[in-house]
Design a protein around this ligand. Structure first.
Ligand code: SF4
Length: 366
């Protein structure tokens, strides 16, 4: 903790705030969640922006706010529709937590997002970063909002050599923000730090010559900006080999399955699939047997129409895609449904299964 306190002494805090905020006011991007300072919209945007790029988030944000313009609308929405609005963004537990938290805001706080750190931090899925972002951006409170982006920028400005991959490092950066933040305009200050990280002080090639706070930057002064931040590598990605099939019933409808209500991609829809533990199991006959056991149906698999790869944070799915048919009759249930290609629209599918459906549609054209 001593290192950064010493480094804080080297910075002219007032001049730093002025340079950073005036740059932000001139150069900030025109983003839909910046049109007003509605805490609900700030909240939705911050949840979407975790792990997802701004350009990708914009259309999702606009549609989400169009479908659920208020806390009341999201709190009372059907989960299926909420998942559909999130389809493709990944990390679906984020939107489930958002909806639970919004319900709590409706029930406990009369539909108004609480403005105290203690209350807001108790809401489901609201970690220190999201709490700080809402409190500062929407409510103008001088609270830190520290994510990886902000840690990178501050590690350079203050020459902090703590490993930002370690959860305990966040506290050091939060303390630094508490010292540096403008009490006149905490909203602009935090957004400016985030914007600087997105536009100028980027991960691999910081544009120091264009940087509005270069004069205050200790890493630039020492010529070590490309060595910071210190970030140890994540654990290795686990690879999972799956076989999945577009299974057609006699009436031409496709079999879909609802995933369990807990765990990865909970409550989303998928095509029937099985994990193949050993490469030798990849041959059709064995996969067919696995399918019959997993679905309790009689299934005949046809040709392989392609391969889909999808990376989650620590997991890589490699899906071998079959087409096939269901022999005999089939009784639908809450978890197993037969749907026409047009009806698929009503169900939320994670990206790998959307890719798989595209493969299927392409195969029909060949
Ligand atoms: Fe980042 Fe360079 Fe600006 Fe320092 S001078 S904050 S390293 S862009």
């Amino acid at each position: 903790m001593l290192i950064e306190l010493n480094n804080l002494k080297k910075i002219n805090i007032n001049a730093f705030q002025t340079d950073l905020i005036s740059w932000f006011k001139k150069e900030q991007r025109n983003l839909p969640w910046r049109k007003d300072q509605d805490p609900y919209k700030v909240w939705v945007s911050e949840v979407m922006l975790q792990q997802t790029r701004v350009d990708t988030v914009i259309p999702y944000f606009n549609r989400f706010i169009d479908w659920f313009p208020t806390i009341e609308d999201l709190a009372t929405a059907d989960e299926e529709k909420v998942l559909k609005a999130w389809e493709g963004l990944g990390y679906y537990s984020r939107v489930r937590n958002l909806q639970s938290a919004v319900k709590e805001v409706k029930e406990t706080y009369g539909g108004v997002v609480p403005d105290s750190p203690e209350e807001i931090s108790k809401l489901k899925g609201v970690g220190p970063y999201t709490a700080g972002a809402i409190l500062s951006i929407a409510y103008g409170k001088p609270e830190p909002a520290v994510d990886g982006n902000v840690m990178r920028v501050l590690s350079r400005i203050l020459s902090i050599w703590e490993d930002i991959a370690r959860p305990s490092s966040r506290k050091i950066f939060e303390q630094a923000v508490r010292e540096l933040i403008s009490h006149e305009d905490p909203s602009a200050f935090n957004q400016a730090l985030m914007e600087l990280g997105a536009l100028v002080c980027t991960p691999t090639s910081p544009a120091c010559l264009l940087c509005p706070v270069r004069e205050h930057c200790q890493a630039f002064d020492e010529g070590v900006q490309s060595e910071l931040p210190v970030k140890t590598k994540k654990t290795k990605t686990r690879q999972v080999q799956l076989a999945s099939a577009i299974l057609l019933a006699g009436n031409g409808k496709i079999l879909i399955h609802k995933r369990p209500s807990t765990g990865l991609l909970a409550n989303l829809w998928e095509f029937p699939n099985v994990e193949i533990a050993h490469p030798l199991e990849g041959e059709r006959g064995h996969v067919e047997q696995l399918f019959n056991t997993a679905t309790e149906l009689s299934v005949t698999l046809g040709k392989v129409i392609g391969q889909v790869e999808h990376i989650f944070s620590h997991l890589l799915w490699n899906i071998k895609v079959y087409i096939g048919q269901i022999d005999g009759t089939f009784a639908e249930s809450d978890e197993w449904k037969l749907v026409s290609p047009e009806e698929m629209e009503q169900f939320a599918f994670p990206v790998p299964y959307q890719k798989m459906f595209l493969l299927y549609q392409e195969s029909l054209l060949n």
